[in-house]
Design a protein around this ligand. Sequence first.
Ligand code: SF4
Length: 189
Amino acid sequence: MGIEAALPVDSVLTTQLQRVVNWARRSSVWPMPFATACCGIELMATACSRFDLARFGAEVMRFSPRQCDLMIVAGRVSVKTLPVLQRIYLQMAEPKWVISMGACASTGGVFDTYAVVQGVDQYIPVDVYIPGCPPRPEMLIEGIMAIQRVIDNDNIPRDPTGKRLPLQIALEPNYRPRAQPARLSVGAS
Ligand code: SF4
């Protein structure tokens, strides 16, 4: 990691155990990809080399809830799928986090029908809402970094009984979409 080059080999570091635990936790956030629709493609792109989610220690997608601490809901959730989403959430290890990725997961998006859940936060606690249809990979990374900052500062909100409260962070778009359709120019051949 380079620290052995920066320090003499016989040096001693002291720190608080809680800081080490927080550092380890935020450096190894393992996502549970609950990708049900097109937002899932952007989720996959985030793990590819161009965006490289591994830089944030969060590229290890697990498909077993007991090995995950970050659920990423990417896409619309139907009423029929909802019990599966809830069961997976309940089976995940504490402390756990939830990102609602895209308009459909957060609000139902354009699918204003009785068959689509109009916001997963009605059924599971959501920590970060990512806007967009779909959000770009940079936005997802921004959401993961927001959770990492909370873990790092040991700032996990709890109610007086000790129950975990959702962070409810709503991100702002960090890019300006180009006007569509994009203007085309045809060069002389
Ligand atoms: S928000 Fe847009 S891109 Fe994402 S699942 Fe819904 S329709 Fe697809």
